[in-house]
Write a protein that binds this ligand. Structure first.
Ligand code: B1M
Length: 213
């Protein structure tokens, strides 16, 4: 069994300590960081996601898998950052109000930091006022909103409206993403950019920051 399969399977069993050790071993063996992330950690999380959907595993199993994912990802974070360049911009990121899913948001953050962007992490359950106040106070070029629930994605539209009300809409770009979000939804609410995954979100953020420079 390859070490990446081993990482995926131990993540699915919630063996956080083993996952951390295996990720370290994979790094030491020189396996590219992106490959460890995609074929080890994310692969395991995708399997858990499917099983959760089919009622084959339940919230406790998902939570221990998420903890294992985060422990493994913590080791990769500085290496992704090392591959990056000088800070090219500043963004704030959070999961929208009412939504506590943060694994995807943390990945987007990690990838953006890997590209040299400075990222202010607002955590989960973030209301529109907090996004906009942070962008104003900390001079962020981009507000990044993540949502995993169809019931919370509408908050993204409120963020766009709040940014307009506060008069920062011409200076700040708004990026949206998360499993239920689509490009059509992004356009419908008047946000600037939808991306389907963490890597393309990081690339898009760098481009947006360049266009504002
Ligand atoms: Co929840 N959950 N969950 N959950 N959960 C989903 C999302 C769900 C699809 C499962 C299902 O029923 N099939 C479903 C939503 C249904 C819907 O709205 N259509 C659901 C539900 C219903 C719920 C609860 C309501 C369950 C309940 O209590 N009855 C509840 C809600 C709590 C709340 O938020 N208020 C709940 C709770 C939980 C846990 C706490 C158990 C746990 C979260 C743990 C945590 O995040 N710390 C959890 C999990 C883990 C999931 C699943 C299994 C996995 C989500 C995940 O982390 N995926 C999920 C099922 C699934 O997705 N198959 C599910 C891995 C992650 C890397 O992917 O976040 O999509 P994702 O991020 C991707 C992209 O979307 C993108 O980049 C990432 C990868 O490259 N991306 C962006 C994300 N944000 C972006 C922002 C960008 C750009 C790209 O730009 C700014």
């Amino acid at each position: 069994m390859s070490i990446l399969t081993d990482i995926s399977e131990n993540l699915q069993r919630g063996k956080a300590k083993v996952v951390k050790e295996l990720v370290q071993q994979a790094i030491d063996e020189g396996i590219p960081v992106k490959q460890i992330l995609d074929e080890g950690l994310l692969d395991g999380m995708n399997v858990i996601g499917e099983k959760f959907k089919n009622n084959e595993v339940f919230v406790p199993e998902v939570l221990v898998a998420a903890r294992a994912m985060n422990m493994g990802a913590t080791l990769l974070k500085p290496l992704l950052a090392e591959a990056g360049v000088e800070a090219t911009g500043k963004v704030c990121i959070g999961t929208v109000k009412g939504d506590l899913h943060d694994i995807g948001k943390n990945l987007v953050k990690m990838m953006m930091e890997g590209k040299g962007l400075e990222v202010v992490d607002l955590g989960t359950d973030v209301d529109p006022e907090t996004y906009v106040r942070t962008a104003k106070e900390q001079n962020c070029q981009i507000i990044c909103c993540s949502a995993l629930l169809t019931t919370t994605m509408g908050v993204m539209g409120e963020v766009v409206k709040k940014a307009e009300e506060e008069g920062i809409r011409d200076k700040v770009r708004i990026m949206v993403g998360g499993a239920p979000v689509t490009d059509a939804f992004c356009q419908q609410i008047g946000a600037d950019k939808y991306t389907p995954d963490a890597a393309s979100a990081a690339d898009a953020a760098v481009e947006l920051c360049k266009s504002l420079a």
